[in-house]
Design a protein around this ligand. Structure first.
Ligand code: HEC
Ligand code: HEC
Length: 254
């Protein structure tokens, strides 16, 4: 800095000050700039000033520690005082757009191992079942094969009916092949149950399966079907899945 003030910067408006200031004066003005503006960060170096359109910014002081990174944003709420909690709420609503998350203790996973977004527009999860052609990306995914229903010729009337009902109502989440490894299924948390899984299917008596389908599963996306499908229709679906996907428990009570 002393050299710049002494010699100026060629090609810029910064000229040499040797005509006006002694070496000692140059040194003291540089010391002043360094102490006042760079070290003590004088008020006029701040961004949130009235002149910049931020009058009385100190009223948001409870959010400062989060903006300055003095208090990590993921500090558990129990460890925060009442005013720090208010500051965190304020920071999250009014400051984070510019200040990002300032500082966190735990960076978390950089890349989620599971899908966390939703299918992009125009994606057809049933592309292979309808005549709609899969686009290049959908066709290349490992999901598409799970949207193809098993071909079975030996179904009785009830199972045939169940096939139609399953493919219409359940395949969207469980996959046309019942595995739940289709596109939508892989986005749901928890994943739809794999209805081809031997351990699961063999543990399910007909009555329990029916009860689950009728009433759905709380805290999951498995809907209750009792208002949509009749008992007979649900029985047809069970007949179909236990014939085509995997046999269910024989120890039946109903
Ligand atoms: C429009 C963008 C923007 C918003 C919104 C914003 N800030 Fe800032 N803030 C800045 C910038 C730019 C700086 C200067 C950063 C630097 O000098 O490195 C800054 C600096 C600060 C500083 C350091 C002292 C200063 O004034 O330079 C504090 C404290 C601060 N912000 C708090 C907050 C709080 C609290 C909020 C929410 C109420 C907030 N900021 C909202 C852009 C913003
Ligand atoms: C919107 C998505 C969705 C649809 C549609 C859907 N399911 Fe599910 N299903 C799920 C999810 C998710 C689970 C896993 C819930 C869990 O494990 O907590 C599940 C679980 C199940 C289970 C396992 C029950 C158990 O006890 O673990 C069966 C059986 C089942 N579904 C059958 C069906 C049938 C039959 C249909 C159509 C009538 C259907 N599902 C439609 C999402 C769906």
């Amino acid at each position: 800095m002393i050299m710049t003030v002494t010699n100026g910067r060629p090609g810029t408006a910064m000229q040499s000050f040797t005509h006006f200031l002694s070496n000692q004066e140059i040194e003291s003005v540089v010391d002043f700039v360094r102490l006042e503006f760079m070290k003590n960060r004088a008020i006029n170096t701040r961004y949130h000033t009235a002149e910049n359109g931020w009058p009385r910014h100190e009223r948001y002081i409870d959010a400062y520690p989060f903006a300055l990174g003095d208090l990590p944003l993921d500090t558990p709420d129990q460890e925060l005082t009442k005013s720090q909690k208010a500051g965190k709420a304020r920071f999250l609503s009014s400051c984070i757009s510019c200040h990002d998350r300032a500082k966190v203790n735990n960076e978390g996973a950089i890349w989620e191992p599971r899908a966390v977004s939703f299918p992009r527009s125009n994606y057809s999860h049933r592309g292979s079942l309808t005549s709609t052609k899969l686009d290049g990306m959908s066709g290349a995914t490992p999901y598409a094969v799970h949207d193809i229903a098993p071909v079975t010729n030996e179904l009785n009337m009830q199972e045939r009916n169940g096939e139609r009902l399953f493919q219409k109502n359940c395949a969207f989440c469980h996959g046309a092949d019942g595995t739940g490894k289709n596109w939508i299924g892989s986005f749901l948390e928890p994943h739809p149950r794999n209805l081809t899984n031997a351990t699961f299917m063999m543990s399910m008596p007909r009555s329990r399966l029916k009860e689950r389908i009728k009433n759905g599963i709380p805290y999951s996306s498995m809907p209750a079907w009792k208002g949509v499908l009749t008992d007979r229709e649900i029985e047809s679906i069970i007949a179909y899945i236990s014939r085509v996907f995997h046999q269910i428990s024989k120890s039946d009570d109903g």
